[in-house]
Design a protein around this ligand. Structure first.
Ligand SMILES: [Fe+2]
Ligand SMILES: [Fe+2]
Length: 158
């Protein structure tokens, strides 16, 4: 079975989940596994970059405006929690890092399920072959444009 952009993105969810699991497992213990968090967060930021820059524009062009907007809003909330936990870990504020993980885990679970059930299968039907290839290649390459932030990040602070 040929790899599709949807299957590669779904596999990436699981890879990111595994890294977050190591961070989550360390939370009840004395020392938080910040390295596991940063690895997961970097991978997730790149994943969101590929979705927003390559995958979603093609879905939007094909008419899936509302589902894409819901995903963009959720990316904004996810992005802000990643930043909050990153800052907390850098500041040694373990209480904020611990308290912010359950809402992030909950958001991610809901978000990924919607993408895997709706957006990715739709994308595999609609995406032009060159866009699908670019999604897979860019995700694999793992390089995000420096300074890039997701479209709806930072709305809580506005
Ligand atoms: Fe997403
Ligand atoms: Fe995703």
């Amino acid at each position: 079975m040929a790899e599709t952009a949807g299957r590669v993105l779904e596999h990436d969810h699981h890879r990111i989940d595994d890294r977050f699991a190591a961070f989550a497992a360390s939370l009840p213990e004395g020392r938080i596994d910040a390295a596991a968090f940063h690895e997961a967060a970097d991978a997730l930021r790149h994943h969101i970059y590929v979705e927003e820059e390559l995958h979603f524009p093609a879905l939007r062009a094909a008419g899936l405006l509302a589902p894409v907007l819901v995903m963009l809003r959720e990316h904004g909330e996810i992005w802000d929690l990643l930043d909050l936990i990153s800052t907390a870990l850098a500041d040694g504020d373990d209480a904020t890092a611990r308290a912010s993980w359950p809402p992030l885990a909950h958001l991610l679970e809901q978000h990924n399920a919607k993408e895997e059930r709706i957006l990715y299968p739709a994308g595999d039907q609609m995406l032009p072959a060159e866009v699908a290839d670019e999604v897979i290649a860019t995700l694999t390459l793992g390089v995000t444009t420096p300074g890039w932030t997701c479209q709806l990040a930072g709305r809580e602070q506005q």
